[in-house]
Every structure is written in C-alpha cells, then in structure tokens.
Design a protein around this ligand. Structure first.
Ligand SMILES: NC(=O)c1ccc[n+]([C@@H]2O[C@H](COP(=O)([O-])OP(=O)(O)OC[C@H]3O[C@@H](n4cnc5c(N)ncnc54)[C@H](OP(=O)(O)O)[C@@H]3O)[C@@H](O)[C@H]2O)c1
Length: 246
C-alpha cells in the first residue's frame, strides 16, 4: 500500500519538464494519472509509459490551456476515464520575457490565459468533482515574489496572480476539506530553462546552492501536499529555488 493508493490525479502540462516529473512521482506514490499537453504528443506518450511502469493507469489528453472549453473537458475526461478525481496540479506554462517598452497586450493575454485563466477553469471544474481530501496545487514561480532581472512584467504578473488565486480558492474550498497551495520553483533544468542556457550563469549567481534544480526536486513537495500529511496545509506558498536572491 503506497501513500496515494486509490487516488486519481490530473497534471496539466505533464508531457515534459516539471509536470512530467510530478506525474511520475504521484504515480510512484500510487496514484492513477491523467496528463494534458498541447503539442508534444510523443513526450506525453513517454510520460504515460513511465507511469504504467509503476503499475498505474495513465491517460494523455490534448488540451490547450488557451482553450477554456478544452481544459474543462480534460477535467471531465480524467474523472470519467479514471473513475474519480482527487488531485489537480496546474503545471502547464510558458516563459515570456520582454521589456515593458515592447511587451504587447496580445502576449500579456496569452500568458495570463495559459497560467491564470486555465488554472481558474481547471480548479473550478476539478473542485466540483472532488470530495473531502481533494488537493489543488498550482506551479507558480519564485519570480512571482521577487524579480531580480528586467523584462518579466508579464511572466511575474501571471505567477503572482496565481498566489491570489491559491489563497482565494483555499478560502472557498476549505469547508469542503479541499486544500489549495502553490509551489514556486526557481531555476529548474527543463526545456524552458536549460542549465546550459545563455542566462543560466546569471541565475546561478543569485543562488545559495549555485546550481539548477532538477524537475524531481519540485515533484517531492507536490507529492507531500497531495498526500494525507498535507491535510491541514492550505493557502500556502512553497518556494523551492536553492535559496535564490534571499
Ligand atoms: N523551469 C524553470 O526554471 C521554472 C521555474 C519556475 C517556474 N516554472 C514553471 O513550471 C511549470 C513547468 O515548466 P517547465 O520548466 O517544466 O517547462 P517545459 O519543460 O517547457 O514544459 C512545459 C509544459 O507545459 C505544457 N504547455 C505549454 N503551453 C501549454 C498550453 N498552452 N496548453 C497546455 N499545455 C501547455 C507543455 O506541453 P507540450 O509538451 O505539449 O508543449 C509542457 O508539458 C510552468 O508553469 C513554469 O512557468 C519553471
């Protein structure tokens, strides 16, 4: 018997990077898993296979976070195909950098839709299907709290908005014993932010532990929050960033 046995989780953006590591970790801990992705079907298939190796059921659903109806349908499909829904992880995301002089409203709307609007839609749909013991975890960013580089007006705003969404949902869903938290990674070695990228040294220079985190470093705390030990933790933000800019 493992700690998430009998539970079902939906991880948005579970095809690659942090979302894929979270999906694998929740499966390792015993949950059946649905993931969403938007374009990387082959990578989504690899995550599904990795989950199945743990003896868990897994499905991959194509659902673009820009399309609210598709996100809502993905929540329903996960519940219908896997029989219940206990855990939602809002991880799908994109990076965006531009100085305020050239940043566009279209990009603002795109990033806010992928990070904030879709998390609102998925959380609302999932909460309606969850019973007591439900868990919602959103993946924010340490840039939602501290902004050590220029060009982050859109990205940082979207991640800070997720903190407000988390606290407000925690209030609404607390009486139903559903917890809502946010995990805020720092520099984590993924396609979005490779440890050998052009701006990696500048990031390492800000860190108490001067190296990039691995996606599995983020997955551990998500699994903890998703388990029974997390039952009284809600409305909280957890920054996992090797001590960046402290
Ligand atoms: N890496 C870091 O240093 C870092 C730091 C702080 C926060 N974060 C946050 O962590 C989360 C995961 O990032 P990552 O580094 O793992 O990025 P990644 O490796 O680029 O993976 C991004 C994931 O999000 C999915 N996705 C992107 N746009 C989507 C859309 N419109 N609809 C549905 N899914 C979409 C991708 O699906 P496809 O595979 O189909 O494209 C993929 O599964 C993001 O929210 C990011 O902001 C990352």
């Amino acid at each position: 018997m493992t700690r998430l046995n009998g539970k079902v989780a939906l991880v948005t953006g579970g095809s690659r990077g942090i979302g894929a590591a979270i999906a694998r970790k929740l499966a390792e801990d015993g949950a059946d898993i649905a993931i969403t992705y938007t374009s990387a079907a082959a990578k989504a298939g690899e995550t599904v296979k990795a989950i199945e190796k743990f003896g868990r059921r897994a499905i991959a659903i194509r659902a673009d976070n820009l399309d609210a109806a598709a996100v809502e349908a993905a929540v329903s499909e996960a519940h219908a195909k896997l029989g219940r829904l206990d855990i939602l992880v809002n991880s799908a995301g994109v990076f965006s950098v531009d100085q305020i002089e050239t940043a566009t409203l279209d990009e603002f709307d795109r990033v806010m839709s992928i990070h904030v609007r879709a998390s609102f839609v998925a959380s609302k749909a999932a909460a309606a299907l969850m019973g007591a013991g439900g868990r919602i975890v959103s993946i924010g960013s340490n840039l939602g709290e501290r902004v050590p580089f220029p060009g982050l007006s859109i990205y940082a705003t979207s991640k800070a908005a997720l903190v407000g969404l988390t606290k407000a949902l925690a209030r609404d869903l607390g009486p139903k014993e559903i917890t809502v938290n946010i995990v805020q990674p720092g520099s984590t070695d993924t396609d979005m932010n490779p440890a050998n990228g052009d701006h990696a040294d500048a990031q390492r220079a800000l860190m108490a532990i001067p190296r990039f985190g691995q996606a599995r470093d983020i997955a551990g705390i998500v699994a903890y929050l998703a388990g029974d030990e997390g039952r009284f933790i809600t409305g909280s933000a957890f920054t996992i960033d090797g001590g960046t800019n402290i």
